[in-house]
Design a binder for this molecule. Sequence first.
Ligand code: G3I
Length: 356
Amino acid sequence: MSFGMRLGLAMAIASLALLIGCGHDDSGGTIADAATERGFYFGVALADATSADAQTVVPAHFNSISAENAMKWGELANTVGNYDFRRADAFVELAQRSGVRLRGHALLWRDQTPSDLAAQIDAASDPEARMREVVEEHFRTVLTRYRGQVETWDVVNEPLELFGNDVDANIFYRTLGPGYIAEVFRLAHELDPEARLCLNEALLTYVEDNARTDALVALVQGLVEEGVPLHVVGLQGHFTSLNAAPQRARIEALLHRFTELGVDVELTELDISVRYFSGPTPFDEQAVAYADVTSACLAVDGCRSITVWGVRDDESWLDTYSLFRGRAPHTPLLFDAALAPKPAYTAVRDALRVRR
Ligand code: G3I
């Protein structure tokens, strides 16, 4: 059989595989290959850096990793000041061993804080002073330990109200005042001047012209104009099926609203529920949506990274989170429950290989 005939046969088999939804055409390399070739990070959030899944997909399929939970304050220290770094250290070791980038998620978030934080602040004679003391201790402890190992830190996660558009009056806001965001970004930069510092937010619908986008743009613009060392805006990218499905042109316009402020952007927690798609081949429709989101990021200078929020479909947070579990299974990721790449995997890989 001539080379041409073998090539034609391989392409026919690959096309057939895609047509019958067998998912990944592995003749075209991996997402990690395609991303690295163009100087882009395409990453994955891992529950456990020592798991078999983690070893299987990193670095073979992804060139960046995030800890889904292990590097959050409350997961590092169940009570204030009492750290157990073993799970987080495993992420640093995996990143070093694999030669992949490590995103730090997340230094300050109203959720998953040490179990006694609120009580300690309530009991303090000077709550503001006590909060400043424990936050500074946390930042110093973590940023010193991982200095030079974490390329980008989510310094503040979800500063906006979950269902409103104001800056959330969370425990940090209430005790340290509205300037807490600027304060902790400056502290992070002082403790690790090389780390890129990210403000990470969960928009609910990823379009350029709604009130929540306007609120985040205003917040970021204020911080930038104040000279705060804010390098990246993280847009999480949870497409949960309760809001609008991904729309490439509107995502591009959205990303531009932030890069125009002089900051980079990243899609930091991407997942796309298959519940959006009701046609005969929903996983192919999901693949198109993933390709659209990937292409939207690649089209915008300053959009430097996408991270999917989990490895395999059956472990997605969407299927257990109160707001979305009623529509489970969302099967929102790039690998199925058997750890087989889905059509979305191939679509992302192929989108990464398109040159502008
Ligand atoms: O570790 C405990 C375990 O000991 C206990 O037995 C078990 C049952 O209660 O809970 C385990 O903790 C869970 C933790 O994930 C680790 O699995 C928490 O209950 C659970 O609430 C937590 O959920 C995480 C959630 O953040 C917390 O709000 C999800 O896995 C994680 O995917 C999700 O990720 C967030 C990002 O950090 C920020 N953006 C939104 C995104 C989705 O909420």
